[in-house]
Design a protein around this ligand. Structure first.
Ligand code: PHE
Length: 361
């Protein structure tokens, strides 16, 4: 009888050696060690044996059981180890592969230019101020000495914000007799309305600020003009501010921004909110005044509109023009950058073409 047990053990172990995965192992366990398995069946034989043969058979059966259980555990462990190894090999990382360098972002050329401008004016004592992009007609025009129908309003082609149409921006007609009123909204056409906001906030302190920001004009888009662009407004208000202060500040700015040898030229001009008004030019940064295509053979490049703050504007800001005076200027941002980097088309600035933007690291 014990021979049968020995055979059972041999077959079981041979079977086990062929088991290759967890489901097969479980099937093997059920077949040999399960409650209705081969070993359980062999145990039933015990009852049929003569009394004296039983202990020896029982002992032998128990040894077989112990041997099979031990073999089972060993196989189970081996399979687990194999599975883990397979997983590790499959997920192996080749540490010798060269890395992929992440794409680095960079500052937009306009942002870089603005920051250069901030730095220069900060060193001259100017604080940076923010004013809204959407303005009332009153701030953009009226308080700057341009009441409705003032002809100078035509200097700025305006986007009006419709208020009945859910705040859509329209290049609609300027206000007519029925729509006219100071609460009409516009996309600011220049940064000058910020002058009034700063004065009203700061009165009666002296003021020395710049107001950078985007301006919007209902204009044909060409290589030379966009309908969105940046300006940097400057404003100084105090008790003895003179035209020579304005010219000195612009002169200093031009030299720090465009080179120590730059010359500044001022021409008389007209703006409703300054009196007297000027425009400031620098000698051409390419030909230094000799004449070239960039300066259209004039030798000069315009950098700012400016002037002494008009008494009406000072008063609108809360400052008594008999006591206070001030100067203001409006600098372009894209145009000077175009000159400096020889960019031929202003549309590139906001066209989102990475091949362009990447050039200004
Ligand atoms: N706001 C004027 C423009 O956009 C520029 C300017 C600013 C002129 C300040 C004088 C003083 O054309």
């Amino acid at each position: 009888m014990q021979e049968e047990l020995a055979r059972l053990q041999a077959t079981a172990l041979a079977d086990l050696a062929a088991v290759a995965d967890a489901p097969a192992l479980e099937a093997w366990r059920v077949k040999y060690l399960g409650r209705k398995g081969a070993l359980a069946n062999a145990m039933k034989v015990l009852a049929t044996l003569p009394r004296e043969a039983r202990p020896a058979y029982g002992q032998a059966a128990n040894q077989v059981k112990a041997a099979l259980e031990a073999a089972f555990l060993e196989r189970q462990e081996a399979l687990q180890r194999l599975a883990l190894e397979a997983e590790l090999t499959a997920g192996a990382v080749d540490v010798t592969l060269p890395g992929r360098s992440p794409a680095l972002g960079r500052l937009h050329i306009t942002t870089q230019t603005l920051r250069q401008i901030y730095t220069i004016f900060a060193e001259m004592g100017f604080q940076v101020y923010d004013a809204p992009d959407v303005e009332t007609d009153e701030y953009n025009f009226g308080l700057l000495n341009m009441p409705p129908y003032h002809p100078a309003r035509d200097m700025w082609d305006t986007f009006w914000v419709s208020q009945d149409g859910g705040g859509q921006v329209e290049a609609a007609q300027p206000p007519g007799p029925t729509t006219e009123g100071s609460s009409l909204l516009v996309m600011r056409t220049h940064t000058s309305p910020g002058q009034i906001r700063v004065m009203r906030e700061r009165y009666p302190e002296p003021i020395r600020v710049i107001l950078p920001g985007k301006c919007y004009r209902y204009e044909q888009i060409t290589a030379r003009s966009e309908h969105q662009f940046y300006q940097v407004e400057g404003l100084a208000v105090g008790r003895r501010i003179r035209m020579s202060d304005l010219i000195g500040v612009l002169q200093e700015f031009a030299r720090r921004m465009y080179g120590a040898k730059r010359r500044l030229r001022v021409r008389g001009s007209y703006f409703p909110f300054t009196e007297p008004s000027i425009e400031a030019d620098i000698d051409c940064i390419l030909c230094a005044g000799a004449g070239c295509p960039v300066c259209k053979h004039t030798g000069w490049l315009e950098i700012a509109g400016a002037g002494m703050v008009h008494p009406v504007v000072l008063r609108n800001g809360g400052y008594d023009p008999d006591v206070y005076s001030g100067f203001a200027f409006g600098l372009g941002v894209e145009r000077p950058a175009m000159l400096k980097y020889r960019i031929g088309d202003i549309r590139l600035f906001y066209g989102n073409d990475l091949r362009f933007l990447r050039q200004f690291a």
